[in-house]
Design a protein. Structure first.
Length: 743
């Protein structure tokens, strides 16, 4: 006979544990494991192994009730009634959270309504718990909930694919023992138009290393991606196939036939992946040995879960849950900023994808976060370490080696200057880094989009520096001349007002006006059979990379591919196609239909969107920062510029306190954003930092305010307190003068 559950009197025991398990299962485990189950990228970018995923799931499912039960037991050992009341209070709190999360998922109810309804539910639970035995028994039987939720996560969620991801067998391919080294670098979210000048050539002044590599090899100017989402685009590059799996996860288990398995029978593989796990663990750790079972790695892949990764995942869960508890209206305000970006997806403002990304966004402001969270959202400087790994892996006299780097740059957030220095993003009433959402749509002001585009160009400059380090290392080791080198990107990014950033809006197909930003990608190939300095406008796809590398190293691909080597006969048609990515009702990216388009027209549009449409050429010392007609002033000491009478206006600079204590070795407050009051007409402003004109821009109207946005040159900063003044620029080139504006 089962004894009756207690409400008060007697020390709390296992019955309280069962009831706490039930409500933590409903309130915490189910929403969190559902969220992370549909967000495998949360584990991929943290380099989590299978044991990490399992550990995380068990912690989410069982740690909360155990911790609460421990508190109940401690209080109960002091005073039994205190323990009972604590249990009752915890159950009421969990009921409140359960209902609040459910309401936020269901729709955007007013904050007051959601909170009152959740409070009422908590009060009713206390009443039911105190009065009805059947309700307490039901709670005890419902303790199975965390187990059921855990089972669904481990065996049927998208993230369950990560638990056993060591699949990967070297293809049976004959490759010469003196095959050349292969270096494949895939940058992320880098449009082809971001690196060319008005002549249609790679800008030598801005990007000397990209230009030099193209001069030693071939530049395929009409190369385009076959997908506008990384989880489909990266596997397509490595497999040579169009995306075909509706819910593809960029892991080896789902993509066993890749460049890695193709070359593994002869090549040592040095793979650095930031947002994918496409290189099988069984092929990408340790040196090769030949045994009775064939060629395999000497050491087994590392399976020991790391404490750092586990704590980072739990921190992700904490941040994500905090977002889930925000009532719908509050979440909508934070996730749909006015100004630069807005989200018009039909999947709602509280879907798993948006919750995850928003939680990651908050994580980046936490100095205790090591940066493993966030994937495409994490700080770009963290990915520079991936380039360090690539450079260090290149060794003199090495045998056939594949050096692979998928680097999460120049992807947003834009925080790197061409020199690699890190700058802060000025807060502007919303978190600008929400613009990384692939489902975001830009606001109606093209000047705001151009400000982002300028920062993209600066970050492409940092990418060029990374490539320069790799080339220098190859030359230093004597491997450059004989190496096959391929540099490309997974896709581009939209820089057009009132248009999607990546097309993933959930409201229809990607509009044609962003094709030229998103589909054309860089593709530079150096290797045997390619004449130095070649510039080709042949119809080339990202899926041609694998067949081209195979052709150059003499490997026959043992599976069917959709791409073709650039050394073979060109495609006869200018018509191109790609797989459009759409969002399902949960906001998860899935494959849409093939879209066909005129490749020549899109190439022409991309060439017209060159960097010279934004940058000027009259200040060669600061070419990256000269994005204004008055840009020739940048770098001049104020004492060398005529200064007139002050202007009876005022301005506000967001986060101006950042200039009070600057450490240039850590972070520069180089992004200046604010508003000019009392005047709406376009006004050219100069920003004088420590007596030097450090930036020039022209205001534009956004949300009814005269807005300015610019990046200051880094060498104008000094350690400690920095003095920033704002001037109005008057006169024409050769006769400019400045008028001070009151702070």
């Amino acid at each position: 006979m089962v004894s009756r559950p207690r409400v008060s009197g007697g020390k709390p025991g296992w019955r309280e544990l069962l009831m706490l398990c039930a409500l933590t299962g409903f309130a915490i485990a189910q929403p969190l494991l559902d969220l992370f189950g549909r967000s495998p990228e949360a584990f991929i970018v943290s380099s989590a192994q299978g044991p990490d995923v399992v550990y995380f799931a068990f912690v989410v499912a069982f740690l909360p009730p155990l911790l609460l039960w421990l508190v109940v037991l401690i209080l109960g050992s002091i005073n039994p009634k205190a323990g009972s009341f604590a249990c009752c209070g915890f159950l009421a709190l969990l009921a409140f959270c359960w209902v609040l999360v459910a309401l936020n998922r269901a729709g955007n109810l007013p904050t007051a309504v959601s909170v009152l309804f959740a409070l009422a539910t908590g009060a009713l639970l206390i009443l039911a718990y105190a009065r009805w035995n059947w309700f307490r028994y039901w709670l005890m039987f419902a303790a199975i909930t965390p187990v059921l939720v855990l089972g669904l996560f481990l065996f049927s969620s998208s993230s369950s694919e990560l638990i056993a991801n060591s699949n990967g067998k070297a293809a049976d391919v004959e490759i010469s023992s003196d095959a050349p080294p292969v270096v494949l670098i895939i940058f992320d979210e880098m449009p082809m138009s971001s690196m060319i000048d008005s002549s249609g050539e790679i800008d030598k002044q801005l990007y000397p290393n990209l230009s030099a590599l193209a001069a030693d090899g071939g530049w395929y100017r009409n190369a385009t991606t076959v997908s506008n989402a990384t989880q489909f685009a990266a596997p397509a590059i490595l497999s040579g196939r169009f995306p075909s799996n509706d819910r593809s996860i960029p892991i080896a288990r789902q993509h066993p036939e890749s460049l890695f398995t193709l070359l593994a029978s002869r090549y040592d593989i040095e793979a650095n992946e930031s947002v994918t796990k496409l290189c099988p663990d069984s092929l990408c750790n340790g040196p090769f040995v030949d045994d009775a079972d064939g060629l395999k790695r000497q050491s087994e892949p590392e399976t020991q879960s790391t404490t750092e990764t586990q704590f980072a995942l739990i921190r992700d869960a904490r941040l994500a849950y905090a977002e889930m508890l925000k009532p719908g209206e509050a979440l909508k305000t934070s996730a749909e900023p006015a100004g630069k970006t807005r989200n018009t997806g039909t999947h709602g403002s509280t879907t798993s994808t948006r919750l995850f990304y928003h939680a990651v966004n908050e994580a980046k402001t936490d100095p205790t976060v090591s940066g493993v969270v966030g994937g495409l959202m994490s700080n770009p400087e963290l990915h520079l370490s991936d380039a360090d790994k690539l450079v260090e892996s290149i060794e003199p006299g090495e045998g056939p080696t594949l050096h692979y780097l998928h680097m999460n740059l120049p992807h947003q957030p834009y925080r790197l200057l061409p020199t690699g220095e890190l700058y802060e993003i000025a807060p502007i009433g919303f978190d600008p880094e929400l613009s990384h959402l692939a489902s975001a749509v830009r606001g109606p002001t093209q000047q705001a989009a151009d400000a982002d585009r300028h920062r993209l160009i600066l970050q492409v400059g940092a990418v060029d520096s990374v490539l320069g380090r790799v080339i220098a290392r190859l030359k230093e080791t004597g491997l450059y001349e004989r190496s096959v080198i391929v540099v490309t990107s997974d896709h581009g990014v939209g820089m057009t007002a009132d248009a999607p950033i990546r097309g993933l809006t959930g409201i229809g197909p990607m509009p044609g006006k962003v094709y030229a930003d998103i589909l054309p990608i860089p593709l530079i190939i150096k290797g045997p059979g390619i004449a130095p300095g070649l510039v080709s406008d042949e119809n080339v796809y990202s899926i041609d990379v694998l067949p081209t590398i195979a052709d150059m190293v003499g490997a026959d691909i043992p599976w069917k591919v959709d791409g073709r080597s650039v050394l073979s006969n060109p495609r006869g048609s200018a018509t191109k196609e790609f797989r459009d990515i759409v969002l399902d009702t949960n906001g998860v990216a899935i494959l849409g239909p093939f879209r066909r388009y005129d490749g020549e027209r899109v190439l022409s549009q991309a060439l017209q969107r060159n960097v010279d449409t934004l940058l000027r050429r009259d200040n060669p010392k600061y070419p990256f920062y000269n994005a204004n007609d008055a840009g020739e002033l940048i770098g001049r000491p104020l004492k060398q510029v005529a200064v007139g009478a002050s202007v009876p206006l005022s301005f506000t600079v967001k986060d101006r306190d950042a200039f009070l204590d600057v450490d240039p070795k850590v972070m520069l407050p180089a992004h200046v954003h604010g508003e000019l009051t009392s005047i709406m007409a376009p006004t050219t402003l100069a920003f004088v930092l420590n007596g030097v004109v450090a930036g020039v821009t022209t205001t534009y109207v956004e949300d009814g305010h005269a807005t300015f946005d610019t990046i200051l040159i880094p060498n104008a900063f000094k350690t400690g307190r920095n003095n920033l003044k704002v001037f109005m620029v008057r006169g024409r080139e050769g006769a400019r003068f400045l008028r001070p504006i009151a702070a």
